[in-house]
Design a protein around this ligand. Structure first.
Ligand SMILES: [Zn+2]
Ligand SMILES: [Zn+2]
Length: 171
């Protein structure tokens, strides 16, 4: 009886320690998950040129592509436009949503921009992906470096895009 008590005691002690440690571990894991969620929520922030439109992304942009179509060239006044996709619900305008204007470049496609400064912010309305939107990557203020960028509509790539770049003259 005594022996079994002696055996039970350290074992119980160990169990206690073990369970104490696992509660602690569980607590810190919860804290980490919570912290991760907070960091993730605030991970991606963006804005337009004048700064009046501010947004945040609740998830990482996916399937990033650079579009060389003539409509993107005209709208952006640039050789191409780079977009990342995310669920519509994950794009939250935190300021200046009233300044958003949109242009339908085709029946369903909406190109949203800041009417104060003209920054292009969003491309949406795809029939195939109605719950998704595309954010213009260049308006992100948080660094985001996607693993790959798909080049699309390269058949209308600007003819000057591959021109040899010269370093600028020193001032
Ligand atoms: Zn603006
Ligand atoms: Zn395009």
């Amino acid at each position: 009886m005594q022996l079994s008590n002696a055996e039970a005691s350290p074992h119980g002690c160990l169990l206690k320690l073990k369970s104490r440690r696992s509660i602690k571990t569980r607590l810190s894991l919860l804290k980490l998950v919570e912290l991760g969620a907070i960091i993730r929520i605030n991970m991606y922030q963006g804005s337009c040129l004048c700064g009046k439109v501010q947004y945040k992304l609740l998830s990482e942009p996916q399937r990033v592509s650079s579009c060389h179509c003539t409509m993107c060239q005209k709208q952006h006044g640039a050789a191409f436009a780079t977009y990342g996709n995310l669920p519509k619900a994950d794009l939250v305008y935190v300021d200046g949503a009233d300044l958003l204007a949109s242009y339908n470049s085709s029946a369903k496609i909406e190109r949203k921009f800041c009417k104060a400064c003209g920054s292009s912010l969003e491309w949406c309305g795809s029939v195939e992906y109605p719950d998704w939107t595309s954010i213009t990557l260049s308006t992100l203020d948080t660094p985001f470096n996607p693993e790959t960028i798909t080049q699309i509509f390269t058949e209308t790539k600007a003819c000057w895009l591959e021109t040899n770049y010269q370093p600028a003259d020193p001032y």
